[in-house]
Design a binder for this molecule. Structure first.
Ligand code: IVH
Length: 675
């Protein structure tokens, strides 16, 4: 692989993991591995500036927000922090800071815990909480005001009177360990699923669409800064701000400290690594910030993270246990993943019984054998991993693992192409495991969103040959369902209603639901925006596909491969015949890209933007928003339950677009991303 290919593959890999982590809250690899990939990419880009491009994950702050909440654009982006794992890296940071400031002596830093929760931003107007948002991708987050208002530790009204008229406070939402235990007890008591760890539980609780659910979860908040420029009468240091925030009623970590120079930083890290276990909440490191705000401003930012701050992480948590067996899981794309079955071990706050071994090469590289004593690592809420084995503890009976030549589920040949580390079952949708995963993906929340179609049910439907393809779902009747185990009539009719409801979808969701390899939610959305119609996507060749932002040759090839399979095209036809519909539009290139000077009419309820937010965005891009449809109207943006304005637009032949295409137009205008 040459450098530019490596850069591209790192970007794809990192994007995948940041989507898993930030959007799905379901990371696949330990933070340390993610950081490793990220640093490799940063290093390559620094070495080869000609390879740097605006769409690299190093050039942005996170991942896309969930569509279900309203979105909020942060006045100042919510950045992330560069990480350090060793004293040398901290020394290098301190050196860069001193050089950047041309400092004569030591620099003063504000040091504080690195909370292991979720970043949020709270906006106050005249001392009153008016909005709360998640970090989202750093630029745009989700409006979770109603949920944040339920946190007792967040002041609804500030104490004192010396606050500025507008204030944006940033901090972290988390659960105390004690509260987390109690919450899980309650979940157990009610027969509900337990949470894996406090961070996960906090994330799940904050992103509840029903704030009453959030209110029953004992979430806490810690303030760690402001999204705000220093001004007259306001503190000139970070530590001064934290004092001020504490004075206005915000919880601020009692462990914060002002320290001087490298020795001060390392001393604080050392101290906190001991105190960590006694804290009421989880921390995964400490954060250092240059204390003087004017100095912060002089140091500025490198694309994604400030030069004036650093996260000094603690080493991930590890434990020792015995590897009892290695079994194989078959994924949606047929990938065979070896999974280590472990003697239960308590690590990183949970009992672990399984760990991923990724692939065959990984097993050889680490020389893992069945019966070995292994070191398991579980950092944050990621899937546990085998770090290494202890050769001195290897029993004589230890056995080597041999990847089966036939799929353990369907018996098809297992193949491994030369450029891939993973071996795959070649059975495609003939393989029940792949079929099940494909169905689950099709029905998942971000795809066609069929509530109630979980893995147990899919197992039964596929095993009893009632359902083979997604289209079969639309042929299900009460009778077939009633015959299944543990299926009450009520849940059967609920499921049928959910299936019926799923027929009304969007092109982006439909494309995503098809489960093409390398086509995630964001790519599906880009494809839908770009082509406007499914037929155009299906007919596009690779050259046309790579015109789509973020679609490279690998993704284009996957899409072509999918479309070349006649059974896939058939499956799409069957779904259409079963009544699955979405609205189609003109491709972006045909609509044109200018918002400036165009007249928009907004009607109906848009899926994520409020009418007001949409209006502001159009106006910010130089467009006009009008209340009534006339011949002068360029676009009618129609949401759910659009009424007479939509009819009138049709009558006058005005271009009708949905929210996704409005956002695409706005993006195209802002960044010139669409050709
Ligand atoms: S300051 C410009 N301080 O770490 C600096 N972040 O990697 C912005 N975090 O998204 C962040 N504890 O969720 C800061 N004491 C602390 C923090 C902290 C945890 C999280 C935060 C942020 C992430 C950055």
């Amino acid at each position: 692989m040459n450098t530019s290919e490596r850069v591209r593959s790192l970007r794809t890999e990192i994007e995948k993991h940041s989507y898993q982590y930030y959007v799905l809250d379901a990371p696949l690899i330990p933070d340390a591995d993610y950081d490793h990939l990220f640093r490799e990419l940063q290093a390559l880009e620094a070495e080869h500036p000609e390879l740097l491009s605006g769409d690299s994950p190093t050039q942005r702050v996170g991942a896309a927000p969930l569509p279900e909440f309203g979105s909020v654009t942060h006045a100042l982006p919510m950045l992330s922090l560069n990480n350090a794992f060793s004293d040398q890296e901290v020394a290098a940071f301190d050196r860069r800071v001193r050089e950047g400031l041309a400092a004569e002596g030591e620099v003063d830093y504000a040091a504080e815990p690195k909370f292991d929760g979720l970043a949020v931003s709270l906006s106050y107007a005249m001392g009153v909480l008016v909005r709360g948002a998640t970090r989202g991708d750093g630029t745009t987050g989700e409006d979770v005001t109603a949920n944040l208002r339920t946190l007792r530790s967040i002041p609804l009204r500030l104490m004192g009177s010396d606050w500025p008229p507008l204030l944006e406070v940033r901090g972290e939402v988390l659960l105390w360990r004690r509260d987390f235990e109690r919450l899980n007890e309650r979940q157990r008591g009610q027969g509900d699923k337990e949470f894996v760890n406090p961070r996960n539980a906090a994330a799940g609780s904050l992103r509840q669409l029903d704030p009453r659910v959030t209110a029953r979860r004992p979430l806490r908040f810690f303030a760690y800064g402001v999204g705000f420029e220093p001004g007259a009468g306001l503190p000139a240091t970070h530590s001064g701000w934290l004092e001020r925030l504490a004075g206005w009623g915000f919880p601020v970590a009692g462990e914060r400290r002002r320290v001087t120079g490298l020795a001060g930083l390392l001393g604080y890290h050392e101290e906190m690594s001991h105190r960590r276990a006694q804290l009421a909440y989880d921390i995964d490191g400490v954060v250092y910030k240059v204390d003087d705000l004017a100095a912060q401003e002089r140091l500025g930012f490198v694309s994604r993270a400030p030069r004036f701050a650093l996260a000094h992480k603690f080493p991930a948590e590890e434990a020792m246990t015995e590897l009892l067996e290695i079994s194989i899981q078959v994924g949606r794309t047929g990938a065979l993943t070896p999974v280590a079955r472990l003697a239960p071990v308590f690590v990183g706050g949970v009992t672990v019984t399984n760990a991923t071994l990724h692939n065959e090469d990984e097993i050889r590289r680490k020389d893992v054998r069945i019966g070995d004593t292994v070191v398991v690592r579980r950092a944050g809420d990621v899937i546990p991993e085998i770090v290494r084995i202890l050769p001195e503890k290897r029993p004589l009976s230890a056995r080597e693992f041999i990847l089966p030549k036939a799929c353990p589920v369907c018996g098809s040949n297992v193949v491994r192409s030369s450029d891939e580390a993973v071996a795959r079952c070649s059975g495609g949708l003939y393989c029940p495991a792949q079929r099940k995963q494909a169905l689950l993906h099709f029905a998942s929340r971000r795809a066609l969103d069929i509530e109630g179609l979980g893995d147990k049910l899919v197992d039964q439907l596929v095993d009893s040959a009632i359902v083979r393809t997604p289209a079969d779902l639309y042929r299900l009747g009460l009778l077939a369902l009633a015959g299944l185990e543990r299926m009450a009539e009520k849940s059967a009719s609920n499921l049928l209603a959910a299936i019926e409801k799923s027929k009304q979808t969007t092109l982006a969701r439909f494309i995503y639901a098809l489960g093409m390899r390398n086509v995630g939610e964001a790519t599906a959305r880009d494809l839908a925006r770009h082509f406007g119609r499914l037929d155009r996507l299906l007919a596009a060749d690779e050259a046309q596909l790579i015109q789509v932002p973020d679609v490279g040759p690998i993704v284009a090839q996957s899409i072509r491969q999918f479309c070349n399979e006649s059974h896939n095209v058939e499956a799409i036809e069957q779904l259409r015949a079963a009544g699955v519909v979405w609205s189609e539009g003109e491709p972006l290139a045909v609509i044109g890209r200018a918002v400036a000077g165009k007249v928009f009419v907004l009607t109906g309820t848009l899926p994520s933007l409020t009418r007001e937010a949409a209006k502001q965005m159009v106006e910010a891009a130089g467009g006009k928003v009008s209340g009534s449809v006339s011949k002068k109207t360029d676009f009618v943006v129609a949401g759910a339950d659009a009424g007479s304005k939509l009819d009138r637009a049709r009558l006058l032949g005005v271009q009708i677009i949905d929210e996704g295409r409005l956002l695409a137009l706005l993006n195209a205008t802002g960044e010139g991303a669409v050709p």
